[in-house]
Design a protein around this ligand. Structure first.
Ligand code: FE2
Length: 254
C-alpha cells in the first residue's frame, strides 16, 4: 500500500516545521519507518505570519524531495492556507499553491471561528471550482458537532483529521469525537501534520495499526491511498448524490 501523508511541515526553514536539514532528514526517516511512501508537503501560508516566497519554498522543497527519494519516499508540494479574505483572488492569480496543482486546497481556520464563517468560506471555494480540504476538523470549537461536519461533507468539503487527535493527544473527549466521525464515515483523510521531532512528530504508523484492527484493511487503503490518489491524479473525489443518500439511509437505520 502506498501510504500517503497529505499534510505535514517537513520542508526546513519555510514555516514553523522542520528547523534544519538534519531535522528534515530524521522526520523523513520516521515517516518511512511508519510505512509512509508518499508525502504532500504543505508549508503554511498566512498573511503577516507565514509569507515565505514561492521561490524559497521551491528551492527548499527540491532539497527535501531529494532527501526523501534517498529514503524511498515520493514527495509532492502543497500548501496549508490559513483563511484570509484575499485567498480566492490569490488562487485565481495562481499566487497560492493548491495541492500538487490540483483543485484541492488545504485550509485551516482559527479555533474560535464561527461555524457560519467556516461554512461560508468553504462554500466560496466550492463555488469557484475548488475542493477544500478542511485541515484538522477537530480543532474548531464550532465543528465539534457531528451534524455540522456532515453539513460540510454534504456540501462537498473533504474532511481531514490529525492522527494525534485519534491517538488521544488532545484529550479523551476529542479522541472520542474523532473516532465517532470515523464511525460515521465523515473523514476523508488522516494526516500527521508533523512539524518536528518533539511535540508534533510523524505518527501515521500507530494510527494505521489501530485503524486496521478497528476498521479493516479496505478502509485503511481508502483513507491513506485511494483518497490521496484523487489529489495526486487531480480527480474530484466528491461523493456523489447516490453515495450521500446511501450513507444517510444507513444512518437512519442505526
Ligand atoms: Fe499543518
Amino acid at each position: 500500500m502506498k501510504v500517503t501523508d497529505i499534510h505535514c511541515h517537513l520542508i526546513p526553514y519555510v514555516d514553523d516545521g522542520a528547523s534544519s536539514f538534519e531535522e528534515m532528514k530524521r522526520l523523513l526517516k520516521m515517516e518511512h519507518d511508519d510505512g509512509v511512501r508518499r508525502i504532500i508537503l504543505t508549508p503554511h501560508f498566512r498573511p503577516e505570519v507565514f509569507e515565505t516566497s514561492p521561490r524559497k519554498i521551491k528551492s527548499y522543497y527540491e532539497l527535501t524531495k531529494k532527501a526523501a527519494k534517498e529514503v524511498g519516499i515520493r514527495t509532492y508540494l502543497g500548501c496549508e492556507f490559513y483563511r484570509y479574505s484575499g485567498l480566492l483572488e490569490n488562487l485565481k492569480e495562481k499566487k497560492g499553491k493548491t495541492m500538487h496543482g490540483s483543485k484541492y486546497v488545504l485550509i485551516e481556520f482559527a479555533p474560535q471561528d464561527l461555524f457560519q464563517t467556516i461554512r461560508n468560506f468553504l462554500y466560496e471555494l466550492l463555488a469557484n471550482g475548488y475542493i477544500p480540504i478542511l485541515a484538522h476538523v477537530e480543532r474548531y470549537l464550532e465543528c465539534r458537532d457531528r451534524e455540522r461536519v456532515q453539513e460540510l461533507a454534504d456540501m462537498g468539503v473533504r474532511i481531514q483529521v490529525n492522527a494525534g487527535a485519534l491517538l488521544g493527544k488532545q484529550g479523551i473527549r476529542i479522541k472520542q469525537y474523532c473516532w465517532k466521525l470515523i464511525e460515521e464515515d465523515l473523514i476523508d483523510f488522516i494526516a500527521s501534520d508533523a512539524h518536528d521531532l518533539k511535540r508534533r512528530k510523524p505518527n501515521l504508523g500507530k494510527i494505521i495499526r489501530k485503524m486496521e484492527k478497528k476498521k479493516g484493511k479496505a478502509y485503511v487503503k481508502r483513507i491513506f491511498e485511494e483518497n490521496p490518489d484523487m489529489i495526486l491524479k487531480k480527480l474530484d473525489n466528491r461523493r456523489n448524490a447516490d453515495e450521500t443518500n446511501q450513507r444517510n439511509e444507513a444512518r437512519a437505520e442505526l
